[in-house]
Design a protein around this ligand. Structure first.
Ligand SMILES: Nc1ncnc2c1ncn2[C@@H]1O[C@H](COP(=O)(O)OP(=O)(O)OP(=O)(O)O)[C@@H](O)[C@H]1O
Ligand SMILES: [Mg+2]
Length: 381
């Protein structure tokens, strides 16, 4: 029996919880060729949601292209990947080759096909002759126009998903944003979803005086409602023949800070431990055994994280854990945890957020990784 709880990868349809409203909205916006921004902190489930929307859109006959911006090492590599993805969407490589040769005029692309035994083979696109910044910009304008041409040539709506979109800024600052926005704006039959996991960068990108200001709807993905998620987890256990004690789903969601990734991790690992022992029942004691194992496994890693922090940051991190992330600046909390003055605390909080250890939810600070939170609570003083 395979573990029914999945983490660390984009989840398949049957392992996907809730998000019905977000999914409907995303699918509707993209079908009507809107340029959607999808924003949330890391590991909330953006990629899983986008993939699910793309599958649905493909079934409706749209052409979907999916790229992770952060996986490219340079601007040109991104343009190559983008051109390749557009040319090969639902088509044979001979056709893709002819199409690309036809539509790219600013440089001669190098198009290759490598047969792969048993597999579909690999089609690659390279622009070896593009060197100067001017060439890159001209090429970018041409590539960014391709989704529009594809939609016209194939008489279909094209959907472009650019995941980890905040990484686009590293390529060449404002120019990419301008070029992409200018192109997208003219494409009546192309829907875009720009998904990004650094809310502060993404919010800046859609702020005034930036190219994507008011470019389209913004979806800020929230957590899955705790009760819904808890029920989902219990149902997954039940379907795989493991009976859960009352309240186990809620305990998992709570311990995992209701972060989708952490919830699935804790549930997955608990399920594994129970099945390894041949068990058919899951209760609080199993959850705690699994938690203890996970903390032991992560000990070296967390120790290294802790060592890297300054003393002031360690004290603030501990205070966040022990105070549940609230009232950190109050005189009482400052005395109890021997913190410095408010400005020093603010500095530490900012540094911890920058290192992706803390996150601000409304006025509350939370430790991003729920295992680190438990480790700090148990192993530091
Ligand atoms: N709707 C969902 N139902 C069940 N599990 C989910 C859901 N969304 C996310 N998860 C869990 O969270 C994990 C992370 O999801 P995903 O990779 O989609 O998030 P993300 O926001 O794209 O993260 P990142 O910012 O790291 O790219 C998944 O592997 C899965 O375990
Ligand atoms: Mg993602």
């Amino acid at each position: 029996m395979a573990n029914p709880l999945i983490y660390g990868e984009v989840v398949a349809d049957d392992a996907f919880a809730d998000r019905e409203a977000e999914l409907d909205r995303l699918v509707a916006d993209l079908s009507s060729a809107q340029k959607v921004f999808l924003i949330s902190p890391r590991r909330y489930g953006k990629s899983s949601l986008v993939r699910r929307a793309l599958r649905r859109l493909s079934r409706h006959g749209h052409l979907a292209v999916d790229l992770t911006v952060s996986s490219y090492s340079s601007y040109v590599a991104f343009l190559e990947g983008y051109a390749r993805a557009l040319a090969t969407v639902e088509t044979k490589w001979q056709r893709a080759r002819a199409w690309l040769t036809d539509v790219i005029t600013t440089t001669r692309p190098e198009l290759r096909y490598e047969a792969d035994e048993g597999g579909p083979g690999r089609f690659s696109v390279a622009f070896p002759l593009v060197r100067t910044a001017r060439d890159v910009n001209r090429l970018a304008n041409e590539i960014f126009a391709l989704p529009g041409r594809l939609a016209a040539d194939r008489k279909r709506t094209v959907i472009v998903a650019l995941d980890e979109f905040q990484a686009i800024d590293a390529f060449d600052g404002g120019e990419v944003e301008h070029a992409l926005r200018a192109a997208a704006q003219q494409q009546r039959n192309v829907g875009y979803v720009f998904a990004g996991s650094e809310p502060s960068l993404m919010e800046k990108m859609i702020g005034p005086r930036r190219p994507f200001y008011k470019a389209g709807p913004v979806i800020r993905l929230e957590k899955i409602p705790a009760a819904t998620f808890a029920e989902f987890i219990e149902a997954r256990f039940a379907r795989s023949g493991v009976r859960t004690e009352a309240g186990l789903g809620a305990a998992i969601v709570d311990l995992a800070g209701n972060l989708p990734y952490d919830v699935q991790r804790l549930a997955h690992e608990t399920w594994d431990d129970i099945r390894a022992a041949g068990g058919k029942k899951a209760g609080a004691e199993h959850l705690h055994l699994t938690l203890t194992r996970l903390l032991a496994e992560q000990d070296t890693l967390f120790e290294a994280v802790w060592q890297r922090l300054t003393l002031a940051q360690r004290a603030v991190l501990r205070a966040v854990v022990l105070q549940g992330g609230r009232e950190l600046l109050s005189a009482d909390v400052r005395t109890r945890h021997r913190l410095g003055g408010p400005s020093s605390i603010q500095g530490s909080l900012a540094a911890l957020r920058k290192q992706d250890l803390l996150l601000k939810e409304g006025s509350q600070y939370v430790v991003v990784d729920s295992l680190l939170r438990e480790w700090v609570a148990r192993k530091t003083f």
